[in-house]
Design a protein around this ligand. Structure first.
Ligand code: C2E
Ligand code: MG
Ligand code: MG
Length: 406
């Protein structure tokens, strides 16, 4: 038994026997006796009552009156800030779907328990768990207005970070992806999710991309002159591909700075349906003719990834991180991963796995035959100035037999 905690726990399960069993297991784990409900409606009512929110809810998915899925939706609507464990006898894929749903509601999911829940399984979930201390930041929802963003672009407040892409076979650093950040004078470092959409919606994405691209090209030149041969990727929005002169702009800038097109990778995501593909098609084909490298980003999540593959001359395919992270333990993910990899190889494309977050992900890739890897396990995005030192330490990690990377 671990130390007694004062954390509040709620159990919701229509079987009284399960309530008793889980209640006893929780007490053995050091929790005080949980609030137990056989009916979801009553549990929800209690949540809004004077006892306040529990720190943790163990929730049965299959209940007669209000099932676990609806319960989760209502938790989401109430902005429940505690953590959740799903309990069910359902199969793994259904549990995965329910887990995805919980996270989509912004609820902290600790994991799931298969019925009949064992003490060991519950302990394994709860031992490493720490309740979130602060309330979840809602700052991710802050959207900036167009004028503020325009000023930021004009004032040089956008800065490029670079995340390494390494070869899976030998760990060699092959290139970097440019990821823009906004050094906001008050809010600190702001991530692209909070302003790319604003730029797209207000006709500012060309200006933004130009700034990012010029900086990235200048940086590539610096690295190449310092004998750091790196490919540098830049993200393009579909909205950048609406006017043909964007192709000329990219080609002219590369020529002026003195960077060969073959080391420039243009990553394209289709964020929403495009009515007319003729202009993007022509633009990308012309860039390809000039020997720029084209990459299809977030593969597997777009609206028509397969038709893009059919129509556009891509060199590289980036499998979205939602099919990479934890694919080693999930048959559905690994099947989708393998199929994407195989298809891309068959049409002669190089494959990048995004979202390689931990050692298990890396080991999975080593077995998979994937070409390149990118993710927190290798490195987080960093300012250009930090890259040489990072490469140094990465090479040391590679040479260290104890690290066992390659
Ligand atoms: P993306 O192009 O798919 O870039 C990868 C994103 O995943 C980056 O988020 C990166 O920091 C993050 N990431 C990298 N490794 C991991 C990992 O192991 N785990 C997890 N969970 N995430 C990882 P970031 O920098 O916040 O960028 C988000 C998106 O914003 C990018 O997705 C890209 O679509 C867009 N973006 C970034 N910079 C630009 C830009 O200059 N122009 C345009 N149009 N879009 C940009
Ligand atoms: Mg990208
Ligand atoms: Mg991506």
């Amino acid at each position: 038994m671990r130390q007694k905690t004062t954390l509040k726990v709620m159990l919701v399960d229509d079987e009284p026997f399960m309530l008793k069993l889980l209640g006893r297991q929780l007490e053995n784990l050091g929790f005080s006796s949980p609030w137990a409900y056989t009916n979801g409606h009553e549990a929800l009512k209690a949540l809004a009552g004077p006892l306040g929110e529990p720190d943790l809810i163990l929730l049965d998915l299959n209940m007669p009156e209000i099932d676990g899925i609806e319960f989760v939706r209502q938790l989401g609507e109430q902005r429940f800030e505690g953590s959740l464990i799903l309990v069910s006898g359902e199969d793994e894929r259904l549990m995965q779907a329910a887990s995805t749903l919980v996270r989509a509601h912004g609820i902290g999911l600790i994991g799931h328990l298969n019925k009949p829940a064992s003490y060991e399984a519950l302990a394994a979930l709860l031992d490493p768990w720490k309740p979130p201390k602060v309330t979840r930041p809602h700052s991710a929802n802050v959207q900036y207005d167009a004028d503020t963003l325009a000023a930021a672009i004009a004032n040089g407040e956008l800065v490029n970070y670079y995340q390494p892409k390494v070869a899976v076979a030998d760990g060699r650093v092959v290139g970097v992806e440019t990821l823009v950040r906004w050094r906001h004078p008050v809010d600190g470092l702001v991530f692209p999710d909070q302003f790319i959409g604003v730029a797209e919606a207000n006709g500012q994405i060309d200006a933004l991309t130009r700034v990012v691209l010029m900086e990235a090209l200048a940086q590539t030149k610096v690295w190449n002159d310092a004998a750091l041969a790196l490919r540098v990727a830049v993200n393009l929005s579909m909205d950048n591909l609406r006017t043909l002169d964007f192709a000329n702009f990219i080609a002219d800038q590369a020529a002026v700075v003195g960077v060969p097109p073959s080391v420039v990778v243009l990553e394209v995501t289709e964020s929403r349906l495009m009515e007319d593909l003729r202009t993007p098609l022509e633009l990308l084909t012309r860039l390809r003719l000039k020997r720029f490298r084209l990459s299809i980003d977030d593969f597997g999540t777009g609206h028509s990834s397969l038709s893009q593959l059919r129509d556009l001359p891509f060199n590289e395919l980036k499998i979205d991180r939602s099919f990479v992270h934890r694919a080693w333990e999930n048959d559905t993910l690994s099947a989708i991963f393998d199929a994407s990899l195989h298809m891309a190889h068959q049409i002669g494309m190089e494959v990048v796995a995004e979202g390689v977050e931990d050692r298990e992900d890396w080991n999975f890739l080593r077995r998979s035959g994937c070409d390149l890897a990118q993710g927190y396990f290798i490195a987080r995005p960093m300012p250009a100035a930090e890259l040489p030192a990072w490469i140094e330490s990465w090479n040391q990690r590679l040479r260290d037999p104890a690290a066992g990377l390659v």
